[in-house]
Structures are given as C-alpha cells and as structure tokens.
Design a protein. Structure first.
Length: 255
C-alpha cells in the first residue's frame, strides 16, 4: 500500500514508521460515508450522477445503459472504478478526480457533535478506511472538524497490491493493511455501515461494528435483493459476522 498523507494542521497522520510501540493497543478502522457523516444527504446522489455521466462521456453510452453499468461494476467489484479500469482502460486517478468534484459539498455535510466528542475520548489508534478518494475524504474530515481525531487516512488510492487496486471488501487488502499497521487482524475493529465489508473483515479475524445511524429507515419495496447491501439491509437483527450494532460512536466507549 502507498504511504498516507503526512500530518499537517488538522490533518491525519501518515503510516506509522515503526510498529514496536502501541502494539497491544486496539486499532479502530472507521469507514467514512454513512458511518461518520450522512453521505446519503451530502454526496451519494451527486457522486453517482457524476459517475454515470463520466461513463456516458467516455464510453459513449446512453444514460440508462451507463447507469446500469455503473451499478453492475459497483455490485461486482465493490467499486465502479475497478470495472472501468479493468474493462475499459480508464485511468483511476482521472475517474476519481472527475467524479468527486462535488461543488457545494461542505454546505451539505452534517454529523453528530456527540460523535465527534466520543471519537476524541475513544482509546486506541484510529484510522479512516474509505473506498473514497483521498481529496474527497480530506474535504469531509476538515469540514466536519474530524481530522484531528484520527491517526491516519487510508483511501482507495492506498489500497493497492502488486499494482492493482484492492478496495473493500477485498480480504487480501484487510490482511495486508493490518500487517502494515503492525497488528494482527484480531486487534482491529472495523466500524462500517456496509455489511459486505464487515463480512470480509470478520473472515480475516477482525472485530466488526455495524453503524446504523445513517441507514435509510425504509428500503424501497421495488429494490431488488442484490441491492440490499447498498442500504445495509439484512433479514437478521444482527448477522453472525457482526460483533456489535451501534447508532452512535458513543456506543464504542463501552466496548
């Protein structure tokens, strides 16, 4: 994995240069969108439309076909970008920059002040682990005054192995990331809204916490079953691969 951005004013730190200290401390891995802020309100809609328009412009497809292809790659690979890179020769950096400009993003962002306070009190090393690009993640963290709560940022640009992107829910990435952080997987806890990512993390030995604060309360009855993970819906109250359910970060303080 590539090195993370270095610490600046209010910025998350880089990868730790050594692993000899703090080895016994718990490592918290926090998703960003719909875990630490309400991305369904602020960014998902504009981002999805920007991705669809990118496919229209660069693959010369009509809008309905571009929408379907975007969704297909998201479901199959865990990230639309991977399908476009693998099958159409799209440059990942160009795609990420073009689809995450999001004018006015900061004015739409919202999170819980109580969650911010709880993050500061939570013991252990804390990292953002997001399939979003680094520039977008930093915009969100800075606007919500969350940057100082974390020891590092692991974005989709950092989730590479042997020259290939391996974002969540790739189990190989989870194992490699734990090794880079200098801890065995069982000392890592993933806090996520997306169940597919939790399932993969649990299989490699990580603890998993299902954040449900920003999950839509009602799933559209017309939504097909394969889209269930998109809104974090599961027929079980708590799937076997979920260690705990929370609706606020404060719930982590008692774990």
């Amino acid at each position: 994995m590539a090195a993370l951005l270095s610490r600046g004013p209010g910025r998350a730190a880089s990868w730790p240069s050594g692993v000899s200290t703090g080895r016994a401390r718990r490592v918290w891995l926090f998703d960003l969108d719909n875990t630490l802020h309400d991305a369904s309100h602020s960014s998902f809609g504009p981002t999805n439309e920007a991705m669809t328009q990118y496919i229209v412009d660069h693959l010369d497809l009509p809008h309905p076909e571009a929408w379907a292809l975007r969704q297909h790659y998201w479901l199959h690979y865990g990230a639309t970008m991977l399908g476009l890179v693998r099958h159409h020769g799209v440059k990942a950096s160009h795609f990420l920059e073009a689809t995450h400009r999001l004018p006015g993003l900061e004015s739409r962002l919202r999170t819980s002040a109580h969650d911010r306070a709880a993050l500061r009190r939570l013991p252990g090393r804390k990292f953002i682990l997001t399939n979003a690009p680094r520039a977008y993640a930093l915009r969100v963290l800075d606007a919500l005054r969350l940057s100082g709560c974390f020891d590092g940022l692991i974005s989709i640009e950092d989730m590479t192995m042997f020259g290939h992107h391996r974002p969540k829910p790739d189990a190989r990435m989870f194992r490699s990331m734990a090794a880079r952080l200098g801890v065995p997987p069982h000392r890592c806890t993933l806090v996520e809204d997306t169940l597919d990512h939790q399932r993969a993390a649990y299989r490699v030995g990580m603890r998993t916490v299902w954040m449900q604060r920003y999950i839509p309360r009602v799933r559209r009855l017309s939504a097909p079953p394969e889209l269930a993970s998109e809104v974090s819906v599961h027929p079980c109250h708590k799937p076997l691969y979920v260690c705990a359910r929370i609706k606020s970060i404060q719930g982590l303080l008692s774990m």
